[in-house]
Design a protein around this ligand. Sequence first.
Ligand code: GUN
Length: 285
Amino acid sequence: MAKLIDGKAVSAKVKAEVRAEADALKEKGIEIGLAVVIVGNNQASRVYVNNKKKACEEVGFTSFEYALPEETTEEELVDLVKKLNADDKVNGILVQLPLPKQINETAVINTIVPEKDVDAFHPENVGHIMIGDYSFLPCTPAGVMELIADTGIDPAGKNCVVIGRSNIVGKPMAMLLLHKNGTVTICHSKTADLKKKCAEADILVAAVGKAGFVTADMVKEGAVVIDVGMNRNAEGKLCGDVAFDECAEKAGFITPVPGGVGPMTIAMLMKNTLTAAKLANGIEV
Ligand code: GUN
């Protein structure tokens, strides 16, 4: 039976470290601010944004919320981002995705100055991640790396399989595992023998967006199984991409949903915002 990886506990540790540094900066007169922008009425986005604001309170940051209506134009959102770029009280800018269909997400992300891009979505920051020389870690993959570290298992030389190739999770996840010397395979909807490839993974990261996608036959005995999925099942209950009960029988370590990767994403966002504030004040990171 797998050991549970406790995302709540690991995220609490990360947030406590951020809080201690934020308190020390406050003593020097440095206040840290995160602008959180939400457009429209996406219910899941509203929950995420509320959690991000709550985390700001926990670590002693000021959050500035901008809730814009569904019919907001791309120009209006770009104008807001430009205003936040120029605002010294704002160290980090987070535009919650997805955006309504009339707005080009890439155009908005590209408007955020890289120094305030605490999601690490801007092409300049993505490039830094690719090279392995970065200040901002992409929040979800960085959170996953913390959870893997918590198991005590070193990815070096291990078979690491990432299911999903999104810009937010799959691609940067593969890169972070590679930086730790994992042998990385990215699987996706066109992958041949996907089940077999997953079953060879020592570390399996599922970021598919389909409830119960990973079944026990895809899990190697003793593997580390990380579930990035956030889905609702037929009863409306939150569940991941991994069929938890059957996979927990075979895995060595497994994350629950909720209480696994979710809290880590937010903790790493706080860490990035702290980094942005330090860089803005000429403090080494
Ligand atoms: N939507 C889903 N995940 C994320 C995230 O990590 N950042 C932002 N900005 N939007 C998201």
